[in-house]
Design a protein around this ligand. Structure first.
Ligand code: FAD
Ligand code: DLZ
Ligand code: SF4
Length: 511
């Protein structure tokens, strides 16, 4: 007889999980389930599914070794109902358990499904975050705008990170982003990211995923992700020793064929629960204090985790289930086929999608300033953009993906996350990458057949959303520049933009 079932989801693989902390090994049983309801809808990248299933199987074995009774459903188990709630009910019937304990999931759909179960469910705070949902709501209350920078400063103070003895920010400034905008050159030494050889458990998962999800976008092989806490910690160690020092300066750089640069690639491990965010933050600070990393790099890395990661999670919790449906700019165009690997002449887009397809990963500037920028300029429906990001990235779970996509990237929340839309012409990409030198479009041209699509679409976007953005003080100079373009040139630019938009709508001639 089992007293309660303890749910552990695929992104809750942490020994300190609140649901486990409040349970009793002698009376309760852990439920873990690989289900089509999570893996098949949306159609997640095969590498992401394999990462999650392999990490789940390894974590289940760890729990069993610690004395937990684990009721684990493999995807192809004959009795598997293929949904999380279906598996909870099946296990409740089998064991006689009368209640469920769960750490609150990071997806409103799953929260609603748990709350609708016909047996009592105790939902606990996800204490792996450094700001609680209630704490974030208190911080947000009464503020006219929510800006990450101010939240981040409070988090620095709360956890005493990078402060001097007087409680002031180390080095005198809170944020060293201005020093972090170097383009990379291909002769720069860049470390090879660590690769982990699949063990027998992972090989079995790869066979299963290869068989069941062959029609999903993305390459399953080679599979080199860490799938245990011990290996994820090795990946973190590699980042701190090989890349942190250069992380800051090259954070926004892009190079053809280089999918990593100096990024950590730790987001999948953090989001699955294999790594502890505070431990990474403290380690980055220690690297700075030991003189092994400049302040701009350590602060930049810490800001991403203590600032952005916690901030977007707070926004997700505060905004509620309707957030993913927001469409403040009224965009309705379909997502271009290039996002699913279709042909495109745009080198920047082709590179970002290639990396995504190969690795279930792309770095931040590719997500924000290439795929996100193009979708926003082209007026793609934010719901379609959101569904794409959620399915293709190994680190994508609603709590983090939605505020980044709906908010930061598509401005579909009307400015909750970002104070102005993240849009740019080709000039930004030319500055930060080597893409434009290898592109059939001309980054210096705004109209005519060879014009970089981002150039024409940039001015078109600004023009069609003038009523909303012209009064934004951060956009005044841009609108002044638009108004300085002579009327004939402007007409030619808009004509070019309209041709590109028609090409996207009809799909006949890929952009
Ligand atoms: P690094 O550059 O090494 O950064 C270190 C860590 O900081 C990351 O591992 C991550 O945990 C954290 N971080 C950095 N930026 C953000 C951010 N904006 N929001 C939250 N955490 C951040 N990140 C996800 O984890 N999951 C997503 O689904 C996701 N979707 C995104 C969608 C869009 C449109 C955009 C613009 C960004 C998205 N991001 C997402 C944020 C960011 O792109 C990734 O966290 C980062 O690329 C992960 O690679 P990395 O581990 O090498 O990061
Ligand atoms: C993303 C994902 C996938 C692909 N598969 C599973 C699964 O089979 N079983 C599971 O417990 N979790 C899976 N997940 C993660 C969940 O979708 C995630 O826990 C919720 O979306 C909340 O973040
Ligand atoms: Fe992208 Fe334009 Fe540069 Fe081509 S020219 S890579 S389309 S920014």
């Amino acid at each position: 007889m089992v007293r309660s079932l303890v749910l552990v989801l695929g992104d809750q693989l942490s020994p300190a999980l609140s649901a486990l902390a409040e349970a009793d090994k002698a009376q309760d049983a852990v439920v873990m389930a690989e289900v089509m309801g999570e893996a098949g809808s949306p159609k997640h990248h095969p590498k992401k599914i394999a990462l999650i299933f392999a990490a789940m199987r390894h974590f289940a074995a760890e729990l069993e070794a610690k004395g937990w009774r684990v009721l684990y459903s493999r995807l192809d188990d004959p009795g598997n109902s293929q949904s999380i709630t279906g598996e909870l009910l099946r296990r409740a019937c089998e064991t006689g358990a009368k209640a469920v304990r769960a750490t609150t999931p990071g997806d409103w759909r799953l929260i609603a499904a748990l709350d609708a179960l016909p047996i009592p469910v105790t939902r606990l705070e996800d204490t792996r975050f450094l700001a609680s949902a209630a704490g974030f709501a208190r911080w947000a209350k009464g503020r006219k705008t929510l800006r990450m920078e101010f939240f981040y400063r409070e988090m620095r103070r709360k956890y005493r990170i990078l402060l001097d003895d007087d409680g002031k920010p180390e080095g005198g400034k809170w944020n060293y982003d201005a020093e972090n905008r170097k383009p990379a050159s291909s002769d720069l030494f860049r470390p090879t990211p660590p690769a982990f050889t699949p063990d027998a458990i992972t090989v079995a998962v790869l066979d299963l995923v290869g068989h069941k999800f062959a029609d999903h976008f993305g390459l399953l092989h080679p599979f080199t992700f860490a799938v245990t806490r011990a290996d994820a910690e090795k990946a973190a160690e590699h980042f701190f020793t090989e890349s942190l020092a250069n992380f800051g300066p090259y954070q926004d750089a892009m190079l053809i064929g280089d999918d990593t640069l100096y990024h950590s690639l730790l987001s999948p491990y953090l989001n699955l629960g294999l790594l502890d965010p505070l431990a990474l933050i403290r380690r980055a600070e220690a690297e700075y204090r030991a003189g092994r990393a400049p302040l701009s790099s350590a602060e930049g890395f810490i800001r991403q985790i203590l600032g952005w990661r916690e901030f977007v999670r707070g926004i997700w919790a505060l905004q509620g289930p309707e957030y993913t449906k927001r469409n403040a700019l009224g965009h309705h165009r379909p997502l271009p086929a290039a996002y699913w690997g279709g042909e495109t002449k745009m080198t920047c887009l082709r590179e970002a999608v290639r990396a995504t397809r190969a690795n279930a990963h792309a770095h931040h500037i590719q997500r924000l300033m290439v795929t996100g920028n193009f979708a926003l300029l082209a007026g793609v429906a934010p719901g379609e953009v959101h569904a794409w990001y959620l399915s293709v990235y190994a680190d994508a779970f609603e709590w983090v993906e939605a505020p980044n996509t709906i908010g930061m990237s598509q401005f579909a929340d009307g400015g909750v996350v970002a104070s102005k839309p993240y849009v740019s012409s080709g000039a930004y990409i030319d500055r930060m990458s080597d893409y434009c030198r290898h592109c059939s479009y001309d980054v210096r041209s705004r109209s005519g057949e060879a014009a970089c699509p981002l150039n024409a679409l940039y001015w078109h976007f600004l023009s069609r959303h003038r009523a909303r953005f012209a009064a934004n003080p951060r956009m005044g100079l841009i609108y002044a520049a638009l108004d300085r373009i002579n009327p004939d040139d402007r007409r030619a630019i808009f004509a070019r933009a309209n041709t590109y938009l028609e090409q996207i709508d009809t799909g006949a001639d890929p952009v």
